[in-house]
Design a binder for this molecule. Structure first.
Ligand code: BTN
Length: 249
């Protein structure tokens, strides 16, 4: 496969891809690893990356987007993963803002987008890190994840070729990023909204400042932000933080 660095083990594919991006690797270049020793998730969490079980990849994008549109890359990448899995595995995928891939109420994957310093117009790039549980059995998911996580194998009862899934995801991602740059976000957002698992649900938002807001998710807006109405009626535009579903208030 062209344009891909395969590594048996790496600390984090995002870290390696960042070094290679600084060395000039092109748009669409990817790092794919058999396992990671320090896989990262959002908000400082770690990403368990046992050998041979999952997809651990980072795709470098030099998308030619205005800086303001970089925040839409995470949602676009979530959609790319969804359409790839729907096509290859015939599964119903749900997306949890901003970056989680869910199947039947359990998390199957996540996306970590990191960027270069966006100050320098000429140089900026995005690193789309994708972690997906593919061939994990119940036993190979860690104890803490066993209730909340799933894998393609657990959902479909069959093993999947990680490389095929990666190739489909990269191809869908590059198509959608081209659409984002050339046509805009509207059609991508519509497709994202059809898979939105939070829409209309009660949730808890742990803000970056560490406070907790309870409210109802109203959906994702044209800037890619989540609108949340709290129990006093106030509407918040959520740009980052941790969202957890809660039972109705
Ligand atoms: C999340 O759900 O918080 C995002 C998880 C992203 C994990 C992937 S695995 C490949 C890439 N390299 C990393 O260190 N993290 C991402």
């Amino acid at each position: 496969m062209d344009n891909t660095l395969f590594l048996e083990t790496v600390d984090s594919t995002n870290s390696r891809a960042r070094e290679l991006a600084h060395q000039g690797k092109p748009h669409g270049f990817a790092v794919l690893a058999g396992c990671q020793t320090a896989g990262r998730g959002r908000l400082g969490k770690s990403w368990q990356s046992p050998a041979g079980m999952g997809l651990y990849a980072t795709i470098l994008l030099r998308p030619g987007l205005a800086i303001i549109d970089y925040s839409k890359i995470t949602l676009t990448a979530g959609l790319a993963v969804s359409v790839a899995l729907e096509a290859l595995c015939h599964l119903t995928i749900e997306l949890k803002w901003p970056n989680d891939i869910y199947i039947n109420g359990r998390k199957c994957g996540g996306i970590l987008v990191e960027t270069s310093s966006l100050q320098d117009e000429a140089e900026h790039f995005a690193l789309v890190g994708i972690g997906l549980n593919i061939n994990n059995t119940q036993e190979t998911l860690s104890f803490e994840l066993q209730k909340s996580a799933t894998s393609l194998f657990l959902e479909r009862g069959q093993h999947y070729e990680i490389l095929n899934i990666f190739a489909e995801i990269r191809s869908r991602l590059l198509q959608l990023i081209a659409e984002l740059a050339e046509v805009g976000f509207a059609a991508i957002l519509k497709q994202w909204q059809r898979r939105d698992m939070l829409q209309g649900k009660w949730m808890q938002w742990l803000t970056p400042a560490g406070t907790i807001v309870y409210g109802k998710a109203l959906g994702v807006d044209s800037n890619g932000m989540l609108s949340v109405q709290d129990n006093t009626g106030l509407i918040h535009e959520v740009l980052s933080g941790d969202i957890t579903l809660v039972a109705g208030l």
